[in-house]
Structure formats: structure tokens, C-alpha cells
Write a protein that binds this ligand. Structure first.
Ligand SMILES: [Zn+2]
Length: 418
């Protein structure tokens, strides 16, 4: 539990989360459950699976739950930052928070060639823009939302003291909806949050005010042996992969910089400034990507599939405007996956991008790539992924670290013609 972000209010008010008939994968004795590892999983079948050496579903579930359940809307990543620092404190040669709020950890290798690995701490959020006399909150978006998922959602609102309160986004009952309204998406500016208050004064007395930030309220839960659902898997999943690989790697030739970035969802901001600071010779971002392998979507529109291994990015952004992975970096990631028998899929994404897009444009340019964790329903409270993809992403990144040499990096970066 993080003493700087008390959850006492919520813990007292939280109702029991284990209902009869619900598989008890995750028994939450305490709301947000940060740092507490009480859960059970069914027997895990590990034998005979490609690339599944050392896979422990419980370990991944526990780590991902700790990070996914934490609150970290863009600009207010404090809770996640504290967790990252705790996990990196004993394993880094150098560890600091920069002026934007990024956490940077360094592990020294034998040369000064620098690999930067970035994963973002922030999640999309909302921000209070008005509180009416009856205590209802109006809000604006922080990051890219699909407004359709909001009505009927539970949310958490941060008070100015850093306490988190629960609320719900109200919906009109079907009895009152006209046939025309039924077909329409309700715009965000027509939605409101009900925090159970009966006046503006009551809301203000909790420390909730104009400018208070909001995240979706959902705890990570397992749906089956390997598949889990929750909020902010974008990009706590990438963060878990980056952290675990960094912790388990002893660098050889190359010096490793792990950056847990801020404000990716609102313009890749933390990646941009930290890359300038570090001046990496090479960079890899860890993020989620769309797994559209669901009913009524044509196969060619799936982008990536769950359980088929990390997606090695080839291109992203609209018409290639995000990242076009450096061909040598792409080739190396694929060869590491093949050599180590790690399943992988190539990713061609036509919308959205990651921290790599900002890092590659630092100073004279940085060869960059991205490893993506296939995730369904991104930017919702029911994001869903397969823990085996998480594990295989860790294996791929570790393999990549181990295969790097200063000579290879120099060869990728420039070629003197005369
Ligand atoms: Zn995102």
C-alpha cells in the first residue's frame, strides 16, 4: 500500500467483490489491493508449449494486477511511479525522476552505447470541468476515448489531497429513451458523474473540485487460466514487460535505460523529453496493440491475435506517419524470436502509435522498434489480454538485450562513405 495515496475511504466503502458463482481467481480483501498478493489460480498447464519456459501465470497476474489497479491518468502518474521506483530501487545502478515525472533507471554495460526502453505509466482519464448545485460533475476527456463505453461506467475521482472517491456515469433508463435517442451515441458533454452527493458543497467538502482527475474503476480479474481483463492494460502490460525484462537482465556490451514515461496518451510527451535527455543509440517501446480477433471483424482487420505471441511492429500511425520500424531492428527482433522459439506476429497498424515515434526523431535520429502486447477492447474498462503473450514479450526483450553488441549498434546507426 502506498502511504502517499491513501485508499482508506474506498476500502471502507467498497462492497465485497467476490460473489457466489464467480470464479475466485482474485479475492480482493482490500480495494485497489496494491502490493497485496492474495489470489488463487487453477492448475496451470505449462508443459509442451512453445516458448513457455519459466512461465508462471500467478506471477504475471500478480504483477499486472498491482500495476493495472493503480490510478495514473496522464499528468497524475504518482501511484504508478511509486510502484515502479519500488520495483527498480534495488536493481538499478542509477535511478531518478526527471522534471516531467518520467522514472529513469540505468544498468551499466561495458560500453557507453545506450539502449532506451520505454513503456508509459499513464492511462486515459477524464477531468472535472463543472460541478452543478445538485452535486453532479461534468467532465472533459484526457486522451482518446470511445464515448460509447462511458454511460453506466464506474469511475474513480481524485481529490486534491490525493484520495480516490468512487462515482458512476449516469444513464437514462430505457423507459425514457425516445426511438431517435436509441440510435445515437451520447456525446461526452451530455454525460455526468454521480458521486452520491446531494449538493455542490458536499462534493467540494470531499476535496473534489474543478480540475480533479478521473479514471475508470475496474480491478483486474482472470477470466480463464491465461486471460485477464481490467483497465489500463494499455500500457501497464507494456510496463510490466519492460520492468521484468530489465530486472532479469545483466547487461553486457550495452548500457540499458528503462524509462517509465508520462503523458503518452496525450502526445508522447514523456518519451520525447526523456529521449532528449538520454540521447539513446537505439530504442524499443513496449505498448499494447489492437487484437481485433473478435466476432464480426474480418480476419484482415484483426491487426493481432491473442495468445499468438508478441506483435513485432512493422509500421503504425496513419499511412506510416507514426513509426516505420528501422529494418535492421525489425530483422533483429524477428531473428531473436526465431532463434529462441518464441511465437511472434508481425504488426501493421493503420491508426495509433507509441513512444517510439517520438524517440526516433530525437536529435540526429534513433533507430527504433516496438514490441506490442495484443490486447482486446483497448481504452475501455474491459481490456483483455493473454498472460502468455506477456511472458513471451519478456522473453523476446531479454533475448534482444542479450544479442546486442556495441558493434551491431554502430553498424545500424551510420555508415561513413568517405
Ligand atoms: Zn493508449
Amino acid at each position: 500500500m502506498n502511504p502517499r495515496s491513501p485508499h482508506g475511504e474506498l476500502a471502507l466503502k467498497a462492497s465485497p467483490l467476490v460473489r457466489s458463482g464467480t470464479p475466485a481467481y482474485s479475492i480482493n480483501l482490500h480495494f485497489l489491493n496494491i502490493g497485496i498478493k492474495i489470489y488463487s489460480t487453477k492448475g496451470i498447464r505449462q508443459e509442451g508449449m512453445i516458448g513457455m519456459r519459466d512461465f508462471k501465470a500467478e506471477e504475471y497476474f500478480s504483477l499486472l494486477k498491482k500495476y493495472s489497479d493503480a490510478n495514473g491518468p496522464s499528468g497524475y502518474e504518482d501511484e504508478v511511479r511509486e510502484l515502479v521506483i519500488e520495483d527498480l530501487r534495488d536493481v538499478s545502478d542509477k535511478l531518478w525522476i526527471d522534471s516531467m515525472g518520467n522514472v529513469i533507471a540505468m544498468k551499466r554495460g561495458e560500453t557507453d552505447r545506450k539502449l532506451m526502453v520505454a513503456a508509459h505509466m499513464d492511462e486515459i482519464g477524464l477531468i472535472v470541468k463543472h460541478i452543478d448545485d445538485n452535486g453532479f460533475l461534468r467532465f472533459s476527456p484526457i486522451g482518446g476515448w470511445n464515448e460509447r463505453i462511458l454511460p453506466g461506467s464506474r469511475v474513480r475521482i481524485r481529490s486534491k489531497e490525493g484520495k480516490w472517491f468512487r462515482g458512476v456515469i449516469g444513464v437514462k433508463p430505457p423507459h425514457l429513451i425516445t426511438p431517435e435517442e436509441e440510435k445515437k451515441v451520447i456525446e461526452m458533454n451530455k454525460l455526468f458523474i454521480d458521486v452520491g452527493a446531494s449538493s455542490k458543497e458536499e462534493v467540494l467538502s470531499r476535496g473534489i473540485e474543478k480540475g480533479s482527475v478521473i479514471v475508470l474503476d475496474q480491478e483486474l480479474e482472470a477470466l480463464s487460466d491465461y486471460r485477464v481483463t481490467g483497465k489500463a492494460l494499455d500500457d501497464r502490460a507494456g510496463l510490466v514487460v519492460a520492468l521484468k525484462s530489465f530486472i532479469e537482465t545483466e547487461p553486457k556490451d550495452v548500457t540499458l535505460y528503462l524509462v517509465a514515461t508520462v503523458q503518452e496518451e496525450v502526445g508522447l510527451k514523456g518519451a520525447r523529453t526523456s529521449a532528449f535527455q538520454i540521447s539513446p543509440h537505439l530504442a524499443i517501446a513496449l505498448d499494447t496493440t489492437t487484437a481485433n480477433d473478435v466476432p464480426d471483424v474480418e480476419e484482415h482487420e484483426a491487426v493481432a491475435k491473442l495468445g499468438k505471441g508478441p506483435a513485432i511492429k512493422v509500421v503504425d500511425g496513419r499511412s506510416g506517419s507514426g513509426l516505420i520500424t528501422h529494418p535492421k531492428v525489425l530483422e533483429k527482433l524477428i531473428s531473436v524470436a526465431k532463434e529462441r522459439n518464441i511465437p511472434y506476429q508481425a504488426e501493421v497498424l493503420t491508426g495509433g502509435t507509441t513512444d517510439s515515434s517520438a524517440i526516433q526523431l530525437t536529435k540526429e535520429g534513433v533507430p527504433a522498434g516496438t514490441i506490442s502486447i495484443p490486447t482486446r477492447y483497448i481504452h475501455s474498462q474491459v481490456e483483455l489480454l493473454d498472460l502468455r503473450d506477456l511472458h513471451n514479450s519478456v522473453e523476446l526483450l531479454k533475448g534482444f538485450y542479450e544479442s546486442l553488441t556495441a558493434d551491431w549498434i554502430d553498424g545500424v546507426r551510420e555508415k561513413i562513405i568517405k
